[in-house]
Design a protein around this ligand. Sequence first.
Ligand SMILES: [Zn+2]
Length: 425
Amino acid sequence: MAETMQTQAHPRAQDVKIDMERLRQDVLDLSQVGRDPELGLNRRAFTEGDRQGRDWFRQRLAVAGLELFQDGAANLHGRLEYDGKRPAVVMGSHLDTVPGGGPLDGALGVLVGLEVLRTVKEAGIELRHPLEVIDFSDEEGRFGGMFGSQALAGQLTPERIQGARDLEGITLVDAMAAWGLDANGALGARRDPSTIHAFLELHIEQGPVLDRKRISIGVVEAITGLFKWEVRLKGQPNHAGTTPMDMRIDAFQGLAEFGGEVNRILEEHGGPNSRATIGRVELKPGAANTIPGEAIFSVEVRDTDERVLKALSDACRRTLSSIARRRDLMFEFDVLSEIRPTRCDPGLLDLIASEAETAGLEYLRMPSGAAHDTQSMSAVARTGMIFVPSIEGRSHSAGEWTNWEDIEAGANLMLRSVLALAAKH
Ligand SMILES: [Zn+2]
């Protein structure tokens, strides 16, 4: 009996496991919070669904006896304190969703963080560093995206906050004011880097690679950066019947030629992680019997290497302007967004990989093609990311799912990694 109590009071950190039944129940419960009869799961930032998700999370933190605070960007922080003077090992992701979103994108990372804090607290393990879990505001971009993590990273400006509005024209300032919050408070949410020992995020892959290879764990080496342009090629709208083929200035033909060049541009200037997409096209005037006078289209290019991204951007610009010149088209473009690629911390990568090996888990070092809060947090902390598989790569839809065994493997790997980072020597 005495020995049992001894074991419970001082469990060996490497033997501790998360409570899978509790985590499973949390995932299932939260997947019902913020459901909209028309849109499905809808916890877009600062909507009623988001409020319900946050209330649910606050209540789970309270039940677990964890400290809770909300910062100026409305990020929710749960803390397990040991010594207020030491920097924290921080985990974070987001509870907000896209309209009709899935149950795991963002939510799983927050729930795993919560479960890690609960497990450590219950096991009574004394750590050197405090633990923290963060639910970041508006990751999904109702008002532009990464609002909460950019606030912690000190990347927001008063102009960005004042200018942020959603597709219906509602401003961030008004949406937060409706909750009794001052959006400008986000400027004060910047986190002193000396308060963060390391930042880790667990997230679903949202792509098919791990699922196809039947590997439970991805260790993210780098997160892709991107540039997104709106391109306009202008020619001359004219009668489709009376204008001979050699007398046309057809904007669509310019777009079509560029579309055919995209793969060549990637082969010549890109790498294995390069992606290019023309996802939106509009022709004006847009009639079957009129030669298109204007082609307006998006060009979105991603890579994990900043130099490669620059080379791709130069090549796209050169190709578009030479096509326009040859075809007498006018060429303009606006840069809609530019995000720099982020490398995760090599030391944290190795730590996560070695904990995976110790736990007997197969893992794959891989890039992330989607953007995550980890990107902003890299400005104020060393960062590491763990992926778990997405079945058939599905995400941002009700079909988004991950096998329970993979969730359990990922959560226990997070626990081990956090313990290794936060333990007393
Ligand atoms: Zn996400």
